[in-house]
Ligand binder design. Structure first.
Ligand code: CP
Length: 303
């Protein structure tokens, strides 16, 4: 693995290897950098979880963090994203973590830059690190994806999380169904749409998605959503005993899910965030590992 751009580039073997590494990390069995290395976090769209869990993961591995915001940067003087990334490579960044919404930028960067690029969310495209932490959270619970019934519910069309998860879950052998209002369906992902009332009885994993208000022209799309498509208290009672609820967050409480269910016993929403740090540590150490192997004599990492 040289970059992490799309779940379409990840084999099942690579996914399970990452889980194994995450398990080792959770036991405290990971190597910390012994040499100065830099991670550049370029977040050009808002983020709380992804950005800050990358910062925690990078610091735990001993990476120095180059923080960046568009405000105050030369992007405001018209510099391109490519030149910005190339600048970070030139000044010594060893890895770039990038959230942005321009189509095609990631492919261009991976062709031109020598350092690893991690896609931290590209508009409505993909969100592979979120997908991997979602998969890891499911794996901790069920230990297998074969035949697991997963429902992805919500704003499918605008969701990079849905795109990454739909692909990866099917590749791993899960039985994936979708819930969405007609206007937010994306038939390029699936035609397997069911009602939310069917979904709660079907699902081993109910993955709720945030309504991406910022990507809608009609801002008043949330009225009545909970009753028609969301996880209400009444619906939650009909779920299988062992079923779990995921949401990538941020959560619109009372819209995708009833407020009181966000921290209910079957909710793994905050567990997902905790796993986000572990999975991002596993991803970073995997991407930087080539360099570790090439520089064994340098003892770049120590136990
Ligand atoms: N789940 C997720 O990507 O959250 P942030 O937008 O806060 O990073």
């Amino acid at each position: 693995m040289r970059h992490l751009i799309s779940m379409k580039h990840m084999s099942n073997v690579a996914i399970y290897q990452l889980f194994h590494k995450a398990e080792q990390i959770q036991k405290g069995q990971y190597r910390k950098l012994d040499k100065q290395m830099f991670a550049a976090n370029l977040f050009l769209e808002p983020s709380t979880r992804t950005k800050n869990s990358f910062i925690v993961a990078e610091r735990k591995l001993g990476l120095e963090v180059l923080d960046f915001t568009e405000q105050g940067s030369s992007l405001l003087k018209g510099e391109s994203l490519y030149d910005t990334a190339r600048t970070f490579e030139s000044i010594g960044a060893d890895v770039i973590v990038l959230r942005q919404e321009q189509e095609g930028v990631l492919a261009h960067l991976t062709e031109k830059l020598q350092i690893p690029i991690i896609n931290a969310g590209d508009g409505s495209g993909e969100h592979p690190t979120q997908c991997l932490l979602d998969l890891y959270t499911i794996f901790q619970e069920f230990h297998s994806f074969k035949g697991l019934k997963v429902v992805i519910a919500g704003d499918i069309r605008h969701s990079r999380v849905a795109r990454s998860n739909a692909h990866a879950l099917r590749q791993l052998g899960a039985d994936v169904a979708f819930v969405s209002p007609e206007a937010w369906r994306d038939d390029t992902i699936s035609e397997n749409y069911i009602s939310v009332d069917e979904a709660v009885e079907f699902a081993d994993v109910m993955m709720l998605l945030r309504i991406q208000r910022e990507r809608h022209s009609d801002k008043d799309t949330t009225q009545e959503y909970l009753q028609s498509y969301g996880l209400t208290v009444e619906r939650e009672r009909k779920m299988k005993e062992h079923a779990i609820v995921l949401h990538p967050a941020p959560v619109n409480r009372g819209v995708e899910i009833a407020d009181e269910l966000v921290e209910a016993p079957r909710s793994r929403i905050f567990k997902q965030m905790e796993n986000g740090v572990t999975i991002r540590m596993a991803i970073l150490s995997t991407l930087l590992e080539g360099e570790i192997r090439n520089e064994n004599s340098d003892q770049k990492y120590q136990n």
